[in-house]
Design a protein around this ligand. Structure first.
Ligand code: ATP
Length: 227
């Protein structure tokens, strides 16, 4: 279930999926800077229940969902979608986008927000070519994946390049003109923060404070996660 506020408009709605194990400031800045740069109505964060492309998460889906909710508390432009956590199947993005299309209608522009690392892995995703029919894709730089000065689309594999060649846009207005199908890159403040680094810090008994919201760190401490 989601709160209705970011749903209220009919402009583009951002979608940020992730394992969020745990959610951190890289995720939140990605969502915030996408919202501003692309003039999105809001952003739905969608924690994966069973992420298909990686090892099982270190914390439960219920914990990751709870941490995501804590992280966005008080921000009326963000909301958390628990659909992937509640579904008892692998969290394929194409299935989530089909669900959201059915929920939000054929005309609402949807914008799938991806860090550069996730975007580069797109050809490995289930029915990845169908994603372009369901949503626009917005790609942000991420330290280590699209090094400064080496700008997208120079980072694309031949397969991804072929799929994106006629979809490339540099104008956020294009995202309002159609419900899906464009690919746009945007810059965000480079933040070399990752969930795996945070898990490593906690596992080593060192502090991850200020890499993630205090409310999320308090939850981690209370529930003894990542030790
Ligand atoms: P892990 O370290 O466990 O692999 P992660 O920090 O990469 O996790 P995910 O939940 O896998 O987090 O990422 C969800 C989405 O957020 C992906 O599209 C990813 O590219 C993006 N993302 C995560 N961290 C950043 C960051 N620091 N800057 C930009 N994008 C990010």
């Amino acid at each position: 279930m989601t709160s209705p506020r970011a749903e209220a408009g009919c402009g583009p709605l951002g979608l940020l999926g992730g394992t969020f194990d745990p959610i951190h400031l890289g995720h939140l800045r990605l969502a915030e800077e996408a919202r501003e740069a692309l003039t999105l109505d809001g952003v739905r964060l969608i924690p994966a229940g069973e992420p298909p492309h990686r090892a099982a998460p270190s914390s439960t889906a219920a914990d990751r969902l709870a941490m995501a909710r804590l992280a966005i508390a008080g921000n009326p432009r963000f909301e958390v979608d628990d659909g992937e956590v509640r579904a008892s199947r692998k969290s394929y993005t194409v299935l989530t986008l089909e669900r959201l299309r059915a929920e939000l209608g054929a005309d609402r522009p949807l914008v799938l927000i991806l860090g550069a690392d996730a975007f580069e892995g797109l050809p490995g995703w289930h029915r990845w070519q169908a994603l372009f029919d369901l949503a626009h894709i917005a790609v942000a730089n991420r330290p280590g994946y699209a090094p400064h000065g080496r700008r997208w689309p120079a980072v694309l594999s031949a397969e991804l390049d072929a799929a994106c060649r006629d979809r490339h846009s540099t104008d956020p207005a294009d995202l309002r003109a159609a419900p899906a199908g464009r690919v746009i890159a945007f810059d965000m403040t480079p933040l070399a923060i990752s969930a795996s680094h945070i898990r490593d810090l906690i596992g080593a008994g060192t502090s991850p404070r200020y890499l993630l919201p205090d409310s999320v760190l308090d939850y981690i401490d209370l529930h003894h996660l990542y030790r």
